[in-house]
Design a protein around this ligand. Structure first.
Ligand code: ATP
Length: 288
């Protein structure tokens, strides 16, 4: 079941006095794949915990399908929204992968044949179907991250909040994780909100970004609207994607007349081909 979220955090300070979040307002639409993009310490984890109802002592309100999450029983929140922690070892605890994934549906009171069907479907969705009997401690880091997602999918969450899902993964692992999330979003209709600082990956996958800096959302919009100039991003301790930085310098330092700023290698390739007057190359998976 996907959910609509309306997030408004006027202020939140941790008990030790650290001001963590202020003046935050954004919506998450059903079926959206959006990102909270911010440097270390900008407040991403804190914000996800608020949205998931784990932190309650803030001013403002987070509405989940129109209801204040602070007034909902955790079970009502967890029926709709699931949070994947940054470190999978904080989330996994059963002895085998299948047992861990089964824990949620079993806890929700489902019959054993329904639990088994959900475990099988969830493991297939994250491509871990052959590892159901494996000891959790023997999984690789990337497999653990997938097992965490399977656990939430098995409970039927239509909305996933993910804290740095690509952190700690190798370059191919990062890409595979993003492709998995994109598939869950586009094919299974899962709404996704992910916290990240991976500026090179987000233009390839995300519909919309909310840039978080020092606990405030300073900019929201699709990647092409928020990635426009290096200086603005440096102010919030981020940068343009590498390929966009190259084209930006060619345009502003070498005066090459690029009409717009491409954010991916595929877009940049098309712009360059057009600029030098060659026939456009066919559009393939490799050049997006
Ligand atoms: N339990 C806590 N008590 C006090 N301050 C905290 C606590 N947890 C986080 N903070 C502070 O709140 C601010 C935001 O931290 P948060 O972990 O939300 O940032 P983040 O964007 O997720 O960072 P990272 O990318 O490094 O994981 C930081 O200044 C941090 O020191």
């Amino acid at each position: 079941m996907t959910a609509r979220l309306a997030v408004q955090v006027d202020a939140f300070n941790y008990p030790d006095g650290t001001p963590a979040l202020a003046e935050i307002r954004f919506d998450v639409r059903e079926g959206e794949f959006c990102g909270i993009l911010g440097a270390n310490g900008s407040g991403k984890t804190t914000l996800l915990k608020i949205v998931d109802g784990l932190i309650k002592e803030y001013t403002g309100q987070v509405l989940l399908d129109g209801q204040d999450v602070r007034r909902l029983h955790p079970r009502e929140i967890y029926r709709k929204v699931g949070l994947v922690f940054q470190n999978p070892d904080d989330q996994l605890f059963a002895s085998t992968v299948a047992e861990d994934v089964a824990f949620g549906p079993r806890n929700m009171g489902m019959a054993e044949d329904e639990v088994a069907a959900r475990v099988a479907a969830a493991l297939a969705a994250v491509e871990l179907e052959s590892l159901g009997g494996k000891n959790i401690h023997h999984l690789s880091y990337g497999q653990k991250k997938r097992a965490c997602i399977a656990g939430l999918l098995a409970m039927g969450h239509g909305t996933l909040l993910l804290d740095e899902p690509t952190a700690g993964l190798d370059p191919m692992g990062e890409y595979r994780m993003m492709e998995l999330l994109l598939r869950l979003n586009r094919e299974n209709g899962v709404t996704i909100v992910m916290a990240t600082h991976s500026v090179d990956l987000v233009p390839l996958f995300l519909d919309r970004l909310h840039i978080l800096s020092r606990g405030r959302v300073v900019r929201s919009g699709p990647p092409e609207e928020v990635f426009t100039a290096p200086a603005e991003l440096e102010n919030v301790k981020l940068r343009l994607p590498h390929i966009a930085e190259l084209i930006y310098r060619l345009k502003h330092q070498d005066r090459l007349p690029f009409p717009r700023l491409p954010l991916t290698i595929g877009e940049a390739r098309r712009e360059i081909v057009e600029l030098v007057g060659l026939a456009g190359a066919p559009h393939t998976k490799e050049n997006t």
